[in-house]
Ligand binder design. Structure first.
Ligand SMILES: *[C@@H]1O[C@H](CO)[C@@H](O)[C@H](O)[C@H]1NC(C)=O
Ligand SMILES: *[C@@H]1O[C@H](CO)[C@@H](O)[C@H](O)[C@H]1NC(C)=O
Ligand SMILES: *[C@@H]1O[C@H](CO)[C@@H](O)[C@H](O)[C@H]1NC(C)=O
Length: 363
C-alpha cells in the first residue's frame, strides 16, 4: 500500500507535464474531476429522485431501444435471433436449481453457478466463438476447478458428443501460457490437461474430451478442427423490466446525443449510472447491444492511460483504453466483432450512451 502513493503522484505529475497545454487552455482535468466528484455525490444523494421520474419520459426510449434491437437482430444471420433479445428465465436441471431470483438467458441451463448451452454442430474454434457471441455475448466455456470439470462431464452425459471447444488458448507448453477466453486468467491454479498438453506445437486451441479413457481431460489441438462447443454466460438476477440483463446488471441503451455530464444526469433518473465496465467479458457483452458502428460514452474519466475513475464509484478492474491523446472522457468504439477499444476524447463531445443499474430493482 505505501508503494501506491508515490506512483500515483508520479503518474499525475507526468500527466500534468504532458498535458499542460490542454490544462491551460481548458482548465480541463481538475474541473472534470471535480465535476465527477460532484456528480457522484449527486447520484448517491439523489436516490429518491428515481421514484419521482418514474414513467414520465421513459416509454419512448424503451420502445426505441426494443425496436432498434429487434430490427438489427433480423439483419443478423443464421442464429435463431430471438434467443439473444430476452433474458428469459427458466432453465433448470434436476438438483441444479438456482436461487429463485437468479436466472439464465433463454436456452442456457443453470449448472453449478454458471449458465451453459450446448451446440452440437461442428465448428472451428473461431466460428464457435462467433456463435457464442451471437447468443447474448456469451463465451466458450471455462473451467476453474474440479467441481466444474465434473459438472461439464455431467452436463454432457448422453449428449452424444466426443469433444468440445473450450475457451482456452495456449501459446506455449506451460500452464502459464494458457489463458481463458477474454483475458480472464491462466490455468496455473487448476487444470486438467492430458499428458503432453498443453503444447502449442499441436495447435493453440484446447478441447475438452467427453468420452473414452481420457474423459474430463483437456488437449491442445489445431484451431481449424471442427467440433461441438458449449457457450457460457454468468447467471443474473431476474428482472422482468430489463432487455439487456447481464451479470446482475441491467443495461439501458439511449440513442440520444448527450455530453457525458448530461448523460450521467439522465441515467440517474433511471436509478442508473453511465456504464462502467469491469471485465473483457462485460466489454464483449456490451458490443452485442449495438449493431452499428460508432462510439458510446462510458461513465469514466481517465486523466492518464492507466488510471480510470468510474462515476459509479466502482473500482478499476479492467481497462481497454487504446489511445488517450485527446481528452479525459472515455468513449468506447462499438462495432460488432470489434475489440471494443476505449478512447479518451474531449468531454464536450456528444454521443449515444448506455446506462447501467442493478438488475431486479424497481425504479
Ligand atoms: C436474491 O434473493 C435472496 C433471497 O431472497 C436475497 O438474499 C438476495 O439479496 C437476492 N439477490 C439479489 C441480487 O437481489
Ligand atoms: C489446418 O491448419 C493446418 C496448419 O495450419 C493445415 O496444415 C491444415 O491443412 C488445416 N486443415 C484444414 C482442414 O483446413
Ligand atoms: C481532438 O479534439 C478536438 C476538439 O474536439 C478536435 O477538434 C480534434 O480534431 C481532435 N483531435 C484528434 C486527433 O482527434
Amino acid at each position: 500500500m505505501p508503494g501506491c502513493l508515490p506512483s500515483v503522484f508520479e503518474k499525475w505529475s507526468q500527466f500534468l507535464k504532458f498535458h499542460r497545454r490542454i490544462i491551460l487552455i481548458g482548465g480541463a482535468s481538475e474541473i472534470i474531476i471535480i465535476t465527477v466528484a460532484v456528480i457522484v455525490t449527486y447520484c448517491l444523494t439523489k436516490q429518491p429522485a428515481c421514484e419521482i421520474y418514474t414513467g414520465t419520459s421513459s416509454p419512448a426510449f424503451q420502445t426505441s431501444t426494443v425496436s432498434s434491437f429487434t430490427e438489427s437482430l433480423s439483419n443478423s444471420d443464421t442464429s435463431p435471433a430471438s434467443t439473444t433479445t430476452e433474458p428469459l428465465p427458466t432453465s433448470s436441471t434436476p438438483g441444479k436449481i438456482p436461487p429463485n431470483n437468479i436466472t439464465c438467458a433463454v436456452g442456457f441451463t443453470y449448472i453449478n453457478h454458471k449458465c451453459w448451452r450446448l451446440f452440437t454442430d461442428l465448428q472451428t474454434r473461431e466460428n464457435a466463438d462467433g456463435a457464442c457471441m451471437r447468443y447474448g455475448g456469451s463465451t466458450l466455456f471455462s473451467i476453474r476447478n474440479e467441481q466444474e470439470n465434473n459438472a461439464m462431464l455431467g452436463f454432457m452425459l448422453n449428449a452424444g458428443v466426443d469433444n468440445l471447444w473450450t475457451g482456452l488458448i495456449c501459446v506455449g507448453k506451460t500452464t502459464f501460457s494458457c489463458t481463458w477466453d477474454m483475458e480472464s486468467g491462466t490455468t496455473s491454479v487448476y487444470n486438467s490437461f492430458a499428458s503432453e498438453s498443453p503444447d502449442n506445437t499441436y495447435g493453440n486451441c484446447v478441447y475438452f474430451i467427453i468420452t473414452g479413457t481420457q474423459a474430463g481431460q483437456w488437449k491442445s489441438g489445431l484451431c481449424n478442427m471442427t467440433m461441438s462447443f458449449v457457450c457460457e454466460l454468468p447467471p443474473t438476477v431476474h428482472d422482468k423490466n430489463c432487455i439487456n440483463n447481464y451479470n446482475n446488471h441491467c443495461y439501458l441503451r439511449y440513442d440520444d446525443s448527450d455530453t457525458v455530464v448530461e448523460a450521467q444526469r439522465f441515467c440517474n433518473t433511471k436509478c442508473a449510472n453511465l456504464v462502467s465496465i469491469h471485465s473483457a467479458n462485460e466489454n464483449r457483452f456490451i458490443q452485442t447491444i449495438y449493431y452499428v458502428d460508432g462510439y458510446i460514452a462510458l461513465g469514466a474519466v481517465a486523466p492518464i492511460i492507466d488510471y480510470i475513475v468510474w462515476m459509479d464509484g466502482s473500482p478499476q478492474l479492467y481497462n481497454n483504453i487504446q489511445d488517450n491523446s485527446n481528452g479525459t472522457c472515455v468513449f468506447m468504439r462499438i462495432l460488432w466483432g470489434g475489440a471494443g477499444y476505449w478512447y479518451t476524447i474531449d468531454c464536450v463531445k456528444r454521443s449515444w450512451f448506455l446506462c447501467k443499474r442493478p438488475a431486479g430493482i424497481v425504479c
